[in-house]
Write a protein that binds this ligand. Sequence first.
Ligand code: ATP
Length: 310
Amino acid sequence: MAFVVGVGLKKRFVSKERIGLFKTRLKVVEALAGVDVEIEKGRLWSLVGPNGAGKTTLVKIFSTLLLPDEGSAFIGGLDVVREAHRVKKIIGLMLYPDKGFFGRLSGVENLIYYGMLYGLSKREARRRALELLELVGLWEVRNRPYEEYSAGMRARLGLAKALISNPEFLLLDEPTVGIDPVGARKIRDVIRGLKRDGRAILFTSHNLYEVEELSDEVAIIINGRIVARGAPEELKRKLGFKPMAYVRAVCRDGERAFSSYGGGNVLAELVKKAAEEGCSVIEAYVKEPPLEEVVVKTIGAYEGRPLPRG
Ligand SMILES: Nc1ncnc2c1ncn2[C@@H]1O[C@H](COP(=O)(O)OP(=O)(O)OP(=O)(O)O)[C@@H](O)[C@H]1O
């Protein structure tokens, strides 16, 4: 059994919708319509999809902040609903935006506070806080009050907070939003290190380049239903996206380009064809379709179409 398991998770929200100056009606939103999840230790599982698709709802269920209406979820064999207090000890959550910090306290003080909430002694919490501030690149500003932190610094502190209890399962909801490119790369390096350490990670991001870089498995969610899933390359093939082989060569009549859908074998054929035509190859490569194209086209294909039953 995988370390993190979700089976048939469903969640509905009922809210009031204003339909006139004084009139309201009840609106039912099916945020999750039967979602299955499996994440092994040392693996990163990404959930991608449009705004309002249900990503944060799933993150909140696994982090015990929301109860599912139906289905079950387990982390390390612990039931997320019935054993929530034990689950909280083995997970780390980073939500965007993180509202759990005290504005007047410094970064280090905020982390010490959370470390002590997790049962660390003050000395141990301080040691861990300083280690994490270094890890996420906040060492220089560790003593500045949180209210003076920029959006990117706040996001980094959110990641440090998620790591304070040395969790086995990390839930990272848009961890690089608002972080500058250099900082985002550093965060991705930290995430890679966490995977190597054997932690299971549930990750959401609208930055599909980073999703492709980090994920072992990607699930595309639309209107609370997962419509496709698999390792990035597998997902592309399943959805009919193929790599393209390109060859650039200098021929008697000038420079020519040869291209065809396919991988290494097709590339070898193109190189052979160029040589047979008396050309000298100057460049030969296979280009994968970016995950972004695959996800955007998949979401577009479902627009206005009834979704498969969850
Ligand atoms: N507390 C709530 N009350 C009513 N509706 C809610 C509530 N929380 C979420 N929803 C609705 O549930 C659906 C799923 O929301 P969710 O926040 O999970 O989406 P998301 O995929 O994380 O979106 P985003 O990419 O914008 O963060 C949306 O239609 C949202 O409006």
